[in-house]
Every structure is written in C-alpha cells, then in structure tokens.
Design a protein around this ligand. Structure first.
Ligand SMILES: [Zn+2]
Ligand SMILES: [Zn+2]
Length: 191
C-alpha cells in the first residue's frame, strides 16, 4: 500500500484523511505542472509525510517562483514559492511502490507540463493537458495552443485506445474516446 499524491492543490486535511482511511504509505508528491490549483498543498503535504517533491519539468519554474502572485490572481490564501526535490525530463521514470510511471513532457498549457503513464494498470494522469471533450487553456503566460495540440497528438493519442485518462478537472475518459470525439484533436480534424 505504497502511494503518491499527485497535484495536491489544496484541501490538505481531506487528502490526509483519505490517505489515513486507505492506510497508504505516502512515498512522494508528484506534480504535473506549476499552477496553484495543482500545487497549493504541496509544501504542507511534503513536510507532513517527509517525502520528496517530484516534478514538474523545469519549464514551469517561473510558475512555482510566482506562487504568491498566483494566489493573488486566483483569490487563494498566500502560497509559499518552492523548488521540487527533482525536476522531470521527457522519458524519466518514477517508481511508486511496485509501479513505474513513465514521464511524457507535454508543453502547451504550461511549458513544463508532464503526463504520467502507468502501463500495467493502463492509466495516464494528464493534469490540464486534455479533458473529456476539451483541452487545457493556452491563454496564460507561455501557453501555446499549437504546441499543446502537438503534445496531445504526438504524445498522448498514440497511447492504447482503452487506456484510462485521469484529467486534473472533470470526469475520466479514455484515449480512444478522445481520439474519436474530442473536437480539438479528433482524428477527423487531422491534417
Ligand atoms: Zn493548469
Ligand atoms: Zn488545473
């Protein structure tokens, strides 16, 4: 029952009680990107469990450095800037218990965004890259729409059809469903 918390944006007490309830031994905090709603609870969680912070890619350093400004921008309580224990690179591997997460660098929503693929359970954690029927915003600083579309097509939509997608917001979906129906990136829109 080893585990990791991915993108603890806040609600730290809820996360702790869920961890407690399922008797999970937390090994690390993993971050997909540097936006406040994905990292706001990170420092508190990492200190509480005394675990390393892994990710995102260093392209999101400016977002983590600007956590104070992000708190003001989104009307959240002040969040302290931090650096992760380890920045991630494309094709890195992260172990969680006996599982291995493959890191895919998928810039566009933010320059340092990563997705986390777990092949044995056939799942991918995608943060704000893609959602059921939608894609991440690209109107923030250093967002890039064309880059996001390329990331999704070249890195995510090549994964197995039946792989389950866990987005940072909204319901789960699958690679095949999004490849066939997502209006931003569906196969019929290619070329
Ligand atoms: Zn985001
Ligand atoms: Zn988000």
């Amino acid at each position: 029952m080893k585990g990791a918390l991915v993108d603890p944006g806040g609600d730290v007490e809820k996360l702790k009680s869920a961890v407690n309830q399922h008797k999970v031994d937390i090994e690390k905090v993993i971050l997909t990107h540097g936006h406040l709603d994905h990292v706001g609870g990170t420092l508190e969680i990492a200190k509480y469990y005394d675990v390393p912070i892994v990710g995102p890619h260093i392209g999101d350093k400016f977002w983590l450095d600007a956590l104070m400004q992000q708190s003001q921008m989104f009307g959240f309580p002040p969040a302290t800037p931090f650096s992760p224990t380890q920045w991630l690179e494309d094709n890195d591997k992260i172990t969680v218990g006996t599982l291995t997460l493959d890191v895919l660098h998928c810039p566009g929503h933010t320059p340092g965004h990563v997705a986390l693929v777990e092949h044995t359970s056939n799942q991918v954690i995608v943060g704000d890259i893609i959602f059921a029927g939608s894609i991440g915003r690209t109107d923030f600083p250093q967002g890039n729409h064309d880059q996001l579309i390329s990331s999704i097509r070249e890195k995510l939509l090549v994964l197995p059809d039946d792989m389950k997608i866990y987005p940072g917001h909204g319901p789960t979906t699958t690679i095949g469903h999004e490849r066939n129906t997502n209006p931003y990136v569906a196969s019929s829109q290619w070329g």
